[in-house]
Design a protein around this ligand. Structure first.
Ligand SMILES: NC(=O)c1ccc[n+]([C@@H]2O[C@H](COP(=O)([O-])OP(=O)(O)OC[C@H]3O[C@@H](n4cnc5c(N)ncnc54)[C@H](O)[C@@H]3O)[C@@H](O)[C@H]2O)c1
Length: 250
Protein backbone atom coordinates (compact mmCIF):
# COMPACT_ATOMS: atom_id res chain seq x y z
CA UNK A 1 0.00 0.00 0.00
CA UNK A 2 1.27 3.47 -0.91
CA UNK A 3 1.33 6.31 1.60
CA UNK A 4 0.94 10.07 1.35
CA UNK A 5 1.90 12.93 3.65
CA UNK A 6 -0.29 16.03 3.60
CA UNK A 7 0.10 19.25 5.59
CA UNK A 8 -2.98 21.09 6.85
CA UNK A 9 -5.17 18.14 5.94
CA UNK A 10 -7.72 18.13 8.78
CA UNK A 11 -9.99 20.73 7.21
CA UNK A 12 -10.88 22.49 3.97
CA UNK A 13 -9.30 21.55 0.65
CA UNK A 14 -6.76 19.33 2.44
CA UNK A 15 -9.56 17.27 3.97
CA UNK A 16 -11.15 16.75 0.54
CA UNK A 17 -7.75 15.62 -0.80
CA UNK A 18 -7.43 13.17 2.12
CA UNK A 19 -10.85 11.70 1.39
CA UNK A 20 -10.01 11.34 -2.30
CA UNK A 21 -6.69 9.60 -1.52
CA UNK A 22 -8.24 7.25 1.06
CA UNK A 23 -10.95 6.43 -1.50
CA UNK A 24 -8.12 5.39 -3.86
CA UNK A 25 -6.68 3.11 -1.15
CA UNK A 26 -3.77 5.37 -0.15
CA UNK A 27 -2.73 5.59 3.53
CA UNK A 28 -2.55 9.27 4.54
CA UNK A 29 -0.39 10.90 7.23
CA UNK A 30 -2.03 14.22 8.10
CA UNK A 31 -0.12 17.03 9.82
CA UNK A 32 -2.33 19.75 11.32
CA UNK A 33 -2.10 22.31 14.11
CA UNK A 34 -5.80 22.20 15.05
CA UNK A 35 -6.62 19.63 17.75
CA UNK A 36 -10.37 20.08 17.43
CA UNK A 37 -10.24 19.65 13.63
CA UNK A 38 -8.17 16.47 14.04
CA UNK A 39 -10.67 15.08 16.56
CA UNK A 40 -13.60 15.80 14.22
CA UNK A 41 -11.69 14.25 11.29
CA UNK A 42 -11.05 11.09 13.34
CA UNK A 43 -14.67 10.84 14.47
CA UNK A 44 -16.13 11.37 11.00
CA UNK A 45 -13.72 9.37 8.84
CA UNK A 46 -15.23 6.45 6.94
CA UNK A 47 -11.84 4.83 6.24
CA UNK A 48 -10.63 4.74 9.87
CA UNK A 49 -7.72 2.42 9.05
CA UNK A 50 -6.33 4.57 6.26
CA UNK A 51 -4.96 7.62 8.08
CA UNK A 52 -2.89 8.86 10.97
CA UNK A 53 -3.61 12.47 11.96
CA UNK A 54 -0.74 14.06 13.87
CA UNK A 55 -0.74 17.35 15.78
CA UNK A 56 2.07 19.50 14.36
CA UNK A 57 2.82 23.16 13.81
CA UNK A 58 4.67 23.16 10.47
CA UNK A 59 6.11 26.64 11.14
CA UNK A 60 8.23 25.13 13.94
CA UNK A 61 11.00 23.41 11.97
CA UNK A 62 12.11 21.27 14.95
CA UNK A 63 8.59 20.01 15.55
CA UNK A 64 8.12 19.45 11.82
CA UNK A 65 11.33 17.38 11.57
CA UNK A 66 10.41 15.35 14.68
CA UNK A 67 7.01 14.60 13.16
CA UNK A 68 8.46 13.61 9.78
CA UNK A 69 10.99 11.42 11.61
CA UNK A 70 8.18 9.68 13.51
CA UNK A 71 6.38 9.05 10.21
CA UNK A 72 9.55 7.63 8.67
CA UNK A 73 9.93 5.20 11.60
CA UNK A 74 6.55 3.72 10.68
CA UNK A 75 8.21 2.70 7.39
CA UNK A 76 5.48 3.86 5.06
CA UNK A 77 5.97 3.26 1.37
CA UNK A 78 5.83 6.99 0.81
CA UNK A 79 4.93 7.86 -2.78
CA UNK A 80 2.91 11.07 -2.51
CA UNK A 81 3.50 14.39 -0.77
CA UNK A 82 0.95 17.20 -0.73
CA UNK A 83 1.96 20.57 0.67
CA UNK A 84 -1.40 22.17 1.32
CA UNK A 85 -1.08 24.15 4.55
CA UNK A 86 -1.49 27.95 4.48
CA UNK A 87 -2.64 30.85 6.59
CA UNK A 88 -3.76 34.22 5.32
CA UNK A 89 -3.99 37.40 7.30
CA UNK A 90 -4.75 40.46 5.22
CA UNK A 91 -3.03 43.38 6.95
CA UNK A 92 -2.55 46.95 5.63
CA UNK A 93 1.04 47.45 4.54
CA UNK A 94 1.68 50.05 7.25
CA UNK A 95 0.67 47.53 9.96
CA UNK A 96 2.49 44.49 8.58
CA UNK A 97 5.11 43.56 11.17
CA UNK A 98 8.24 41.61 10.23
CA UNK A 99 7.29 38.89 12.71
CA UNK A 100 3.96 38.31 10.95
CA UNK A 101 5.59 38.35 7.48
CA UNK A 102 8.13 35.75 8.65
CA UNK A 103 5.43 33.58 10.23
CA UNK A 104 3.27 33.53 7.09
CA UNK A 105 6.30 32.64 4.96
CA UNK A 106 7.32 29.91 7.44
CA UNK A 107 3.90 28.23 7.24
CA UNK A 108 3.04 28.87 3.58
CA UNK A 109 6.43 28.49 1.90
CA UNK A 110 9.32 27.25 4.08
CA UNK A 111 7.36 24.20 5.26
CA UNK A 112 6.84 23.27 1.58
CA UNK A 113 10.61 23.17 1.06
CA UNK A 114 11.38 21.30 4.29
CA UNK A 115 8.97 18.42 3.69
CA UNK A 116 10.36 17.73 0.20
CA UNK A 117 13.94 18.11 1.43
CA UNK A 118 13.29 15.64 4.25
CA UNK A 119 11.57 12.99 2.12
CA UNK A 120 13.61 13.45 -1.09
CA UNK A 121 15.27 10.01 -0.98
CA UNK A 122 12.06 8.16 -0.09
CA UNK A 123 10.19 9.92 -2.90
CA UNK A 124 12.97 9.16 -5.40
CA UNK A 125 13.00 5.51 -4.42
CA UNK A 126 9.24 5.26 -4.85
CA UNK A 127 9.25 7.31 -8.11
CA UNK A 128 6.83 9.57 -6.30
CA UNK A 129 4.95 12.75 -6.99
CA UNK A 130 4.56 16.05 -5.13
CA UNK A 131 1.67 18.51 -5.38
CA UNK A 132 2.04 21.97 -3.86
CA UNK A 133 -1.15 23.94 -3.30
CA UNK A 134 -0.50 27.45 -4.58
CA UNK A 135 -3.14 30.15 -5.30
CA UNK A 136 -4.30 32.41 -8.11
CA UNK A 137 -3.10 35.15 -5.73
CA UNK A 138 0.39 34.24 -6.91
CA UNK A 139 -0.59 36.02 -10.15
CA UNK A 140 -3.13 38.68 -9.13
CA UNK A 141 -3.90 40.64 -5.97
CA UNK A 142 -6.25 42.67 -3.82
CA UNK A 143 -4.81 45.32 -1.46
CA UNK A 144 -3.17 44.22 1.82
CA UNK A 145 -2.23 40.72 0.72
CA UNK A 146 1.55 41.16 0.49
CA UNK A 147 2.64 38.29 2.74
CA UNK A 148 0.12 35.73 1.45
CA UNK A 149 0.62 36.67 -2.23
CA UNK A 150 4.42 36.63 -1.87
CA UNK A 151 4.30 33.22 -0.18
CA UNK A 152 2.22 31.85 -3.06
CA UNK A 153 4.51 33.42 -5.67
CA UNK A 154 7.25 31.55 -3.83
CA UNK A 155 5.31 28.27 -4.01
CA UNK A 156 4.88 28.74 -7.78
CA UNK A 157 8.65 29.20 -8.28
CA UNK A 158 9.63 26.56 -5.72
CA UNK A 159 7.52 24.04 -7.67
CA UNK A 160 9.39 24.34 -10.97
CA UNK A 161 12.70 24.54 -9.13
CA UNK A 162 11.99 21.32 -7.20
CA UNK A 163 10.81 19.64 -10.40
CA UNK A 164 14.26 20.26 -11.89
CA UNK A 165 16.16 19.15 -8.75
CA UNK A 166 14.11 15.99 -8.24
CA UNK A 167 14.16 14.83 -11.89
CA UNK A 168 13.85 12.29 -13.37
CA UNK A 169 12.41 10.19 -10.54
CA UNK A 170 9.98 12.57 -8.84
CA UNK A 171 7.45 14.88 -10.48
CA UNK A 172 6.50 18.16 -8.79
CA UNK A 173 3.47 20.26 -9.80
CA UNK A 174 1.27 22.91 -8.23
CA UNK A 175 -2.43 23.69 -8.22
CA UNK A 176 -3.67 27.25 -7.87
CA UNK A 177 -7.22 27.33 -6.57
CA UNK A 178 -9.38 30.40 -7.09
CA UNK A 179 -12.50 30.93 -4.98
CA UNK A 180 -13.18 27.58 -3.31
CA UNK A 181 -15.96 27.46 -0.72
CA UNK A 182 -14.50 25.40 2.14
CA UNK A 183 -17.11 26.28 4.76
CA UNK A 184 -18.75 22.82 4.70
CA UNK A 185 -15.31 21.19 5.14
CA UNK A 186 -14.33 22.96 8.39
CA UNK A 187 -14.30 21.48 11.91
CA UNK A 188 -17.84 21.08 13.29
CA UNK A 189 -17.83 24.28 15.37
CA UNK A 190 -16.92 26.36 12.29
CA UNK A 191 -18.97 24.51 9.70
CA UNK A 192 -21.48 26.52 7.65
CA UNK A 193 -23.62 26.13 4.54
CA UNK A 194 -23.67 29.63 3.11
CA UNK A 195 -26.02 30.41 0.25
CA UNK A 196 -24.15 32.47 -2.34
CA UNK A 197 -25.97 34.88 -4.62
CA UNK A 198 -26.24 34.23 -8.35
CA UNK A 199 -23.82 37.13 -8.99
CA UNK A 200 -21.15 35.40 -6.91
CA UNK A 201 -21.45 32.20 -8.93
CA UNK A 202 -21.88 33.89 -12.30
CA UNK A 203 -18.71 36.02 -12.07
CA UNK A 204 -16.99 32.70 -12.81
CA UNK A 205 -17.00 31.66 -16.50
CA UNK A 206 -17.70 28.11 -15.25
CA UNK A 207 -20.94 29.41 -13.68
CA UNK A 208 -20.25 28.60 -10.05
CA UNK A 209 -17.94 29.00 -7.07
CA UNK A 210 -15.44 26.17 -6.65
CA UNK A 211 -15.68 23.15 -4.34
CA UNK A 212 -12.81 21.42 -2.49
CA UNK A 213 -13.56 18.31 -4.56
CA UNK A 214 -12.61 20.27 -7.73
CA UNK A 215 -9.08 20.62 -6.35
CA UNK A 216 -8.95 17.08 -4.93
CA UNK A 217 -9.75 15.48 -8.30
CA UNK A 218 -6.92 17.33 -10.08
CA UNK A 219 -4.59 16.66 -7.18
CA UNK A 220 -5.11 12.91 -7.49
CA UNK A 221 -4.58 13.09 -11.28
CA UNK A 222 -1.27 14.95 -10.76
CA UNK A 223 -0.14 12.49 -8.07
CA UNK A 224 -1.07 9.41 -10.06
CA UNK A 225 0.86 7.87 -12.94
CA UNK A 226 -1.88 9.09 -15.32
CA UNK A 227 0.04 12.39 -15.38
CA UNK A 228 3.44 10.72 -15.87
CA UNK A 229 4.54 13.23 -18.57
CA UNK A 230 3.66 16.34 -16.50
CA UNK A 231 6.13 18.03 -14.15
CA UNK A 232 7.09 21.56 -13.13
CA UNK A 233 3.64 22.87 -14.05
CA UNK A 234 0.97 24.94 -12.33
CA UNK A 235 -2.76 24.50 -12.97
CA UNK A 236 -5.39 27.08 -12.04
CA UNK A 237 -8.62 25.62 -10.68
CA UNK A 238 -10.62 28.84 -10.64
CA UNK A 239 -13.70 28.43 -12.83
CA UNK A 240 -11.91 30.48 -15.49
CA UNK A 241 -11.84 33.73 -13.52
CA UNK A 242 -8.15 34.51 -14.11
CA UNK A 243 -8.77 34.34 -17.87
CA UNK A 244 -11.57 36.90 -17.70
CA UNK A 245 -10.89 40.42 -18.98
CA UNK A 246 -12.65 43.04 -16.87
CA UNK A 247 -13.64 46.37 -18.49
CA UNK A 248 -16.02 48.70 -16.69
CA UNK A 249 -17.41 50.89 -19.47
CA UNK A 250 -20.41 52.28 -17.63
N1 LIG B 1 -10.18 28.18 -0.14
C1 LIG B 1 -9.77 28.94 -1.13
O1 LIG B 1 -10.58 29.68 -1.74
C2 LIG B 1 -8.35 28.91 -1.59
C3 LIG B 1 -7.99 29.71 -2.67
C4 LIG B 1 -6.68 29.71 -3.11
C5 LIG B 1 -5.73 28.88 -2.49
N2 LIG B 1 -6.10 28.12 -1.44
C6 LIG B 1 -5.05 27.30 -0.83
O2 LIG B 1 -5.54 26.01 -0.56
C7 LIG B 1 -4.90 25.48 0.61
C8 LIG B 1 -5.94 25.04 1.62
O3 LIG B 1 -6.75 26.17 1.93
P1 LIG B 1 -8.14 26.03 2.70
O4 LIG B 1 -9.01 27.12 2.21
O5 LIG B 1 -8.62 24.63 2.64
O6 LIG B 1 -7.69 26.40 4.19
P2 LIG B 1 -8.26 25.93 5.61
O7 LIG B 1 -7.96 27.06 6.53
O8 LIG B 1 -9.66 25.46 5.49
O9 LIG B 1 -7.35 24.69 5.98
C9 LIG B 1 -6.00 24.87 6.30
C10 LIG B 1 -5.58 23.83 7.31
O10 LIG B 1 -4.21 24.11 7.70
C11 LIG B 1 -4.08 23.97 9.12
N3 LIG B 1 -2.95 24.79 9.57
C12 LIG B 1 -2.87 26.15 9.65
N4 LIG B 1 -1.69 26.53 10.16
C13 LIG B 1 -0.98 25.40 10.40
C14 LIG B 1 0.32 25.13 10.91
N5 LIG B 1 1.14 26.11 11.30
N6 LIG B 1 0.71 23.84 11.01
C15 LIG B 1 -0.09 22.81 10.62
N7 LIG B 1 -1.34 23.01 10.14
C16 LIG B 1 -1.78 24.28 10.02
C17 LIG B 1 -5.42 24.44 9.65
O11 LIG B 1 -5.64 23.96 10.97
C18 LIG B 1 -6.40 23.86 8.62
O12 LIG B 1 -6.82 22.57 8.99
C19 LIG B 1 -3.97 26.60 1.11
O13 LIG B 1 -2.68 26.42 0.61
C20 LIG B 1 -4.59 27.84 0.52
O14 LIG B 1 -3.66 28.90 0.37
C21 LIG B 1 -7.38 28.11 -0.96
Amino acid sequence: MYSAVITGGAQGIGKAICEKLMGEGVFVFILDIDKEAIRDFEQEAVNTKLFNAILCDVSDSNMLYRTLESIKKQKPYLKYLINNVAISDFVPLKDLELEEWNHILAVNLTSYLLTVKYFQDDLKQARGSVVNICSTRAFMSEPHTEAYSASKGGVFALTHSLAMSMQPHVRVNSISPGWIDVSAWQKKSHRKTPVWAEKHHMQHPAGRIGKPEDVAELCWFLLSDKSAFITGQNYNVDGGITSKMIYEEE
